[in-house]
Design a protein around this ligand. Structure first.
Ligand code: FAD
Length: 385
């Protein structure tokens, strides 16, 4: 088994405190949250009180000034597999970095304290009913009107969408140029903003995923993130980090599935012996262990590159592609090793199996990851002409 060397002693101490807090404040609520289709606002506040949200934020905003990516990896490893509905990675390493790295000082002053305390739940809205992979196809429009921009359109499949207080919305700012996209901080109590259904899904039952509607939503000029035509570049910059935090979560869920399956196959007996001792089980577990170790090796390598500011879009795509595909294979094999029990809701593996299916789709599908990696190899016809 791979000896992961990415963490230092202080990270393991942090892991223990996250684990103790999660056992008390997060995991006991899982069933209720799954029934409700979302986690509570209180858990966000509780995480904020612990100092677990947007740790990189300046102390002036209540943060810890702790930019070390590994602390967020640990949060993700500890929380993700057992309570995926509490999408801390989205707050900390998907939406939060736009505030930290791309927002101007007044925006940071206004929104970062709430993001740190858990009073302001963040979401990011790119996908629309008509376009997901093809971001250049988005139709939500932003039109300048005096000292405001007026937004019209809709978004879908937005994580944290039901609870969010502040949504970073991608909208076209020039009808004639598909790559002219602006990013707008939209407070969800702004007139004209509304939410549709909290969407029912295959898995991630406790994670709220919503449709958002914009009907003449007036966004003050101060809420434009950077250049109103330069949103694409900003999104591309941040997507590598999104894919990295995803990769950590996917590998962690697969690892958890592996661990609970180990326990199950040593307990469960058939034909007079523990099912784990059949050669088939042994070989399956050995293959999965190998894949998991490869997933962690790649993830940790990319995390180190990311911390050095050297992670390329292609390597982030490789990490996202590989870990999500390994996760898919591992949860499937692990469910099989559980037999009929694996198909039952009361066995955790059934939930892990359902939760894992999204990993190959969001944050860019496996096909789009292959496109990015393939383009990096110079294998795009358009690059050759
Ligand atoms: C639970 C959940 C949470 C989400 N959270 C968010 C969120 O918080 N914010 C947000 O903005 N979005 C979010 N999404 C949207 C998600 O990122 C998109 O669903 C995803 O990018 C795919 O887009 P699509 O659904 O439009 O599929 P499509 O783009 O229509 O793709 C359909 C199929 O075609 C394939 N395909 C598309 N283009 C190509 C190509 N060039 N080559 C080969 N195959 C291709 C795809 O790989 C896929 O298999 C979420 C989605 C889900 C389900």
């Amino acid at each position: 088994m791979l000896n992961r060397t990415i963490y230092e002693e202080e990270h393991e101490i942090f892991r223990k405190s996250v684990r103790a807090w999660a056992e008390a404040e997060v995991f006991p609520h899982g069933e209720i949250w799954r029934d409700n289709g979302c986690v509570s606002r209180e858990v966000w506040k509780s995480a904020g009180e612990q100092g677990f949200l947007c740790m990189y934020a300046d102390e002036a905003y209540g943060g810890l000034g702790l930019t070390d990516f590994r602390y967020d990896m640990i949060l993700c490893e500890e929380l993700g597999p057992r309570e995926p509905g509490f999408f801390v990675g989205l707050q900390n390493r998907i939406a939060g970095p736009y505030l930290q790295n791309s927002a101007d000082k007044p925006q940071r002053e206004k929104y970062m304290p709430g993001a740190v305390s858990g009073d302001t739940i963040l979401a990011i809205a790119m996908t629309e009913p008509g376009s997901g992979s093809d971001l250049a196809g988005i139709k939500t429009r932003a039109v300048e009107d005096g000292d405001h921009w007026v937004l019209n359109g809709s978004k879908t499949y937005i994580s944290n969408g039901f609870l969010a207080d502040l949504v970073l919305v991608a909208a076209r700012t020039n009808p004639d140029a598909s790559h002219d996209v602006g990013l707008f901080w939209v407070e969800t109590d702004t007139p004209g903003f509304s939410r549709g259904r909290n969407l029912k899904k295959v898995g991630l039952e406790s994670q709220d995923t919503a449709e958002l509607f914009f009907d003449n939503v007036r966004v003050p000029r101060e809420n434009v993130l950077g250049n109103p035509k330069g949103g694409f570049k900003t999104m591309m910059m941040n997507l590598a980090e999104e894919r990295m935090i995803g990769a950590v979560g996917f590998a962690a869920r697969a690892e958890h599935a592996f661990n609970i399956t180990m326990a199950f196959i040593m307990e469960r007996r058939a034909f007079g012996r523990a099912i784990g001792t059949f050669q088939n089980s042994r070989f399956k577990m050995a293959s999965m262990r190998t894949e998991l170790d490869a997933a962690w090796a790649l993830t940790d390598h990319c995390a180190r590159e990311h911390m050095q500011g050297r992670l390329s879009a292609e390597m982030a795509a490789e990490a996202k592609l590989f870990t999500s595909e390994v996760e898919g294979r591992v949860v499937d094999e692990c469910l099989q090793l559980h037999g009929g029990a694996g198909y039952m809701d009361e066995y955790e593996i059934s939930r892990l199996y359902r939760d894992a299916r999204i990993s190959r789709i969001y944050a860019g599908t496996s096909e789009i990851m292959r496109e990015i990696i393939g383009r990096g190899l110079g294998l795009d016809e358009r690059q050759r002409n």
